[in-house]
Design a protein around this ligand. Structure first.
Ligand SMILES: Nc1nc2c(ncn2[C@@H]2O[C@H](COP(=O)(O)OP(=O)(O)OP(=O)(O)O)[C@@H](O)[C@H]2O)c(=O)[nH]1
Ligand SMILES: [Mg+2]
Length: 429
């Protein structure tokens, strides 16, 4: 990764960053995050311009004077990256005044996603988000910057086609993309149904980008998912089996990282991928406990979960990167004050046993009591009960196997056809 960056350093685009701070929200780490995003997108930061204003300027976002100052600074940059989502007017005005190509934070994130998408579904989703972002900004495309409107790292391809489109064409394109995504989505659902016949409960890793989700998946499963200091290393979900004590196992899915003010279109476009989160039996929320803004990041993740309708799910909060956390004592206190939480280091392996115990415990708390009479010609059902739940008692009878167990909701549902009648139930006890 590092070598690749060096190789491209020569022709990477040179960017200026602009951040506005006001009295209420002075966000010292917002600048660092914007720098990390810019770096991840493949551009080089030449200089950061700050402006303190109470309200963003409706026409320029920053003041016109600041825009002129940037123009006159003659920094040799080609690109101006602004730490917000600009209105189409603000973007156009800034572009015309500074003579620089202007990209906002949303487009920057879209660019990164565009560069990272690998699967057909991922590519379609990013393209949909890009088109939805472009639609109200089409006017800006017909400027002298039109040939470069595609953003960082998008040479030709998506960027070029955007230029030749008009509003109607973009709308048609959005319609086509939505249809294609619906198709891929139904394929996914079929796959998931097939997987649903597997006896394993599912959990999803969620968390802020770079919190250490992929590193944890690799640690727990011996998988080889790319873990990287760059943001949004993971776009496409990967699912692996994690073996637990007592012969249990879960299917654990690594998902795309969240970020504060995640562009709305992107959340919508990634809904299909994030279905893994919505459908999971429980969530493992990985927090970078060594980050100075861990609490802000944690809240951002919870708000995206809320948006996805997954806020009420059972959740384990995992405070990761304990090996580099500046204050171990504070960490211990935080764990004590948080429901179902533990401290780990996915890197060193510290705290893994505690996490495994917690996973087993969480799983157990999700089990529902079941009494059933299993037919002898369905031997797999009993095996599934052992794998995804706890078998409490068995009685081999002429009419079938009388079973008392605690099972995952999914399996309990599938066993409802064999629910034991009242008399049989009494006999099991
Ligand atoms: N010191 C330390 N570094 C860690 C730990 N866990 C992960 N990292 C590092 O943090 C960076 C990000 O880790 P990833 O596993 O890629 O994070 P992620 O949550 O999957 O990130 P995205 O896929 O971008 O959302 C990598 O450089 C990891 O090596 C840890 O416990 N301690
Ligand atoms: Mg990852």
């Amino acid at each position: 990764m590092a070598r690749q960056t060096q190789e491209t350093d020569g022709d990477s685009e040179k960017a200026l960053l602009v951040c506005v701070e006001n009295d209420a929200t002075i966000e010292p780490y917002a600048v660092q995050e914007l720098m990390a995003l810019t770096d991840t997108a493949g551009a080089r930061v030449l200089e950061v311009f700050h402006q303190h204003r109470r309200e963003p300027d409706p026409a320029f976002y920053i003041g016109r004077g600041k825009a002129e100052e940037i123009r006159d600074a003659e920094t040799g940059a080609e690109l101006l990256i602004v730490d917000t989502e600009l209105s189409p007017t603000q973007q156009r005005n800034l572009q015309e005044t500074t003579n620089l190509r202007v990209i906002d934070r949303t487009q920057l994130i879209l660019d990164i996603f565009g560069q990272r998408a690998r699967t057909r579904e991922g590519k379609l989703q990013v393209e949909l988000a890009q088109q939805m972002y472009l639609l109200p900004r089409l006017m800006n495309v017909y400027t002298k910057f039109e040939r470069q409107q595609g953003g960082i790292g998008v040479r030709g391809g998506a960027g070029e086609t955007k230029l030749e489109t008009d509003r109607r064409k973009v709308r048609d394109h959005i319609g086509d993309l939505e249809e294609e995504i619906a198709e891929v989505r139904s394929q996914r659902r079929q796959q998931r149904n097939q997987r649903g016949s597997l006896p394993f409960p599912t959990a999803a890793l969620v968390g802020y980008t770079s919190a250490g989700k992929s590193t944890l998946l690799n640690r727990l499963t011996g998988a080889d998912v790319m873990a990287d200091a760059k943001l949004f290393a993971t776009l496409d979900p990967t699912t692996r089996r994690v073996s637990l004590p007592e012969g249990w196992a879960i299917l654990l899915t690594d998902t795309v990282g969240f970020i504060r003010n995640l562009p709305h279109g992107l959340v919508a476009a990634f809904r299909a991928t994030l279905e893994e989160v919505v459908e999971a039996d429980f969530l493992i929320h990985v927090v970078d406990a060594a980050h100075p803004e861990a609490a802000v990041q944690e809240r951002s993740v919870l708000s995206v979960l809320d948006e996805l309708g997954a806020a009420d799910k059972a959740m384990i909060t995992v405070l990761n990167k304990a090996d580099v956390a500046p204050d171990r004592f504070a960490l211990t206190e935080r764990v004590a004050g948080t429901d179902n939480a533990c401290t780990i280091s996915a890197k060193t392996g510290e705290g893994m046993q505690d996490l495994m115990d917690r996973i087993a415990h969480t799983l157990r708390s999700l089990l529902v009591p079941v009494r059933a009479l299993l037919p002898y010609d369905k031997p797999n059902l009993l095996a599934q009960c052992y794998k995804s739940g706890r078998v409490l008692s068995l009685d081999y009878r002429p009419e079938g196997i009388a079973l008392r167990a605690e099972l995952t909701r999914d399996l309990a549902g599938r066993l409802s056809a064999y629910a034991a009648p009242f008399e049989a139930e009494a006999m099991i006890d």
